[in-house]
Design a protein around this ligand. Structure first.
Ligand code: GH3
Ligand code: MG
Ligand code: MG
Length: 372
């Protein structure tokens, strides 16, 4: 895929995510409108029972409808996307607090349970608002209710005259509790989703790290990792004066194995070869796929003789494997060229000498170790 196509795909995905976000916001605004409609019905019922004047229900309905229509249009036109708070949580919260306190200022006789609606508004707000904004909203509610209590202390009440009003108050109280539970459950599920996506992200990061540093077929370290380790070993050796060596391993007549048994069998041989080396080498040594059917072993803290011994052990272990079990009729061996790092030497020079020794091993009949 070209870089341009890549960018188009990314942009397309971002666009889909954005459209989904906008749809979710419009659904929330519609749900809020529904919630206000329910409040209006309660106000109408209270008016019917004689606890409040009917025009309060009308005024509340008009105010709520105007606000919701405004928020909906703002979102439908995508104007909200330019804001830091595209879900318009703060303006919606301010609007909720204003509408509900306006009702109790107009009709202090229904202050309780009407003030309980502020609990719903704050529960909605605190899911998304920052701590500071939530605190500010709480302070606004505290200030407004304080003003109400002091200004109308003689008229504040609970409409409980007659069984009708008692039923309305009880129902209203139940609805407030219900909304609170719904919002709490929603925020808990949102937290869980967030937790899950974080876990998935960490998992993908691990996969990316594995892909970047390891060979996909054999799961051994890849060339990039080997080169990085070689540079590290060189710096450490230059600093400490301790030796290190490399062994370049090449499978013998591997093309013939592919030709006679198929590429898939060749792949199985490569994997089994890596397993054999891993089981044979020292824990402190480093081993990986250098390319194709060539592998590299870095023997840390090891001079030429030690590396030759280690390489010889690997060569013998490979030759001793029952390869017929991997691919019937197949026999596998490796030729190995060993070189010890010389102070001041560059990594490619070291690898060049190991390659020379490997060439010697091939020339001298394969399935053997030669040193540079
Ligand atoms: P020599 O003993 O001289 O090393 O002979 P050779 O046949 O092993 O040498 P050559 O380098 O000519 O062939 C290497 C073969 O390894 C050719 C290539 O198709 C095969 N090969 C490289 N990578 C893979 C792989 O991932 N899977 C398989 N199945 N084969 C691979
Ligand atoms: Mg080769
Ligand atoms: Mg080969």
């Amino acid at each position: 895929m070209t870089a341009v196509e890549d960018r188009l795909v990314t942009a397309g995905r971002a666009g889909r995510v954005e459209r989904r976000g906008q749809r979710r916001r419009r659904v929330w605004i519609a749900a809020t409108a529904g919630s206000y409609l329910l409040d209006t019905l309660f106000l109408a019922a209270l008016a019917y029972s004689g606890a409040a004047p009917g025009r309060i229900a009308v005024a509340f309905a008009l105010g709520a409808a105007l606000a919701c229509a405004g928020f909906y249009a703002f979102t439908a036109l995508d104007w909200n996307l330019r804001l830091r708070d595209p879900s318009l949580i703060l303006p919606q919260t301010v609007c909720g607090v204003a509408l509900h306190t306006a009702v109790v200022f107009a009709v202090p006789g229904i202050a309780f349970p009407w003030l309980l609606n502020l609990v719903t508004v704050l529960a909605f707000a605190t899911i998304w608002l920052s701590f500071a904004a939530s605190l500010a909203m709480w302070a606004a509610c505290v200030g407004l209710s304080g003003l109400l209590f002091y200004a109308y202390s003689d008229r504040i009440g609970v409409p409980l005259a007659g069984s009708g009003q008692v039923a309305i108050v009880w129902l209203l109280f139940s609805v407030v509790l219900g909304r609170f539970v719904f919002l709490s459950v929603y925020s808990a599920s949102m937290r869980n989703r967030l937790h899950e996506s974080r876990r998935k992200l960490a998992e993908s990061m691990d996969q990316v790290r594995e892909l970047v540093s390891h060979d996909e077929l054999t799961k051994a370290l890849n060339r990039r990792s080997l080169m990085a380790r070689l540079e590290q070993e060189k710096s450490a050796a230059a600093r400490t004066g301790l030796p290190f060596s490399v062994a370049l391993l090449d499978l013998d007549e591997f093309k013939t194995i592919n030709d006679n048994h198929g590429h898939a069998a060749g792949d199985e041989v490569l994997k089994a070869f890596v397993r054999t080396v891993h089981a044979t080498m020292r824990d402190t040594d480093i081993f990986g796929r250098y390319g194709g059917e060539e592998f590299l072993m870095i023997c840390t803290d090891t001079g030429l003789e030690g590396a030759r011994t280690a390489a010889e052990r690997v060569r013998r272990a490979v030759a001793a494997v029952d390869w017929a079990r991997v691919a019937p009729g197949c026999a596998v061996s490796a030729s190995i060229g060993v070189a010890a790092w010389k102070p001041g030497e560059q990594i490619d020079q070291l690898l060049g000498r190991a390659d020379g020794a490997l060439y010697e091993a091939k020339r001298n009949g394969r399935n053997r170790v030669e040193i540079a």
